[in-house]
Design a protein around this ligand. Sequence first.
Ligand SMILES: [Mg+2]
Length: 273
Amino acid sequence: MPQSTIYQPMTTKKHVLAFDIDQTLNIAKTPIPPEIADLLVECLNYFEICPLSGQKFEQFLVQIVDPLKHAGVTKGQLAHLHLFPAQGTQYYRFENDNWHQVYNYPLKESDVASITATLEAAARELGYWEASQLAAGDEIIENRLSQVTFSALGQKAPTELKYAWDSDMKKREAIVAKCQEKLPDFLYEIGGTTSINVAAPGMNKEFGMNHLLEELNIEKSAVLYFGDMTEPGGNDYPVVAMGVDTISVRSHEDTAYALRGILGLLGVIVKAD
Ligand SMILES: [Mg+2]
């Protein structure tokens, strides 16, 4: 992208804020709350904003872009929003009033088929295949093009049920262990509340972050990353491990608090509702 279209460093070295989505900007799978939307709209005046998450592009529109529109985001501000779905194996930019895909690294059809079969077999063997609880039209295993995602209760299950299903991650760890025996050459990541993301080796958030740095033509020192799974084994850890400065949050409330601090240093106070 042309250098002149992105913000240059100001008084701080950081001019790019990158974010995990689920549990960092929102309650998992739901749109970002109005407070986060207001804060991000303000941040778009000063920073390149880069959500980087396992969700697919359509979910980014529902979870991030629609709430920003609700909060009054302008087209000029949207030019500073960079969407990195499917752990950054895809990249979308807003240009000429629309979202355009800049790159995409999809999985092979044959890989999608073997991952899907392996996940289902592992979950069934362990008694964790919850198909009877699915809402109409919902699915447990979803092809997100650059990765395959297992969501134990489907996409549409109530949030409370999702939180309760595997709060200590033991069920998902067991499923992953079984899958790794059957199909070792892929990358398994536990994310969200009921999810396992499966991708080709190397297709994790480090891949996404490296492409983000390349596409925005910046050094990693320019980025501040926010995530809730930043410990080893978590899906945000690859970003930490590559040496990107990271703020670990427990929830979107923590993120809001940090963003208020960052904006406050710039003299911008966003009123709480
Ligand atoms: Mg998360």
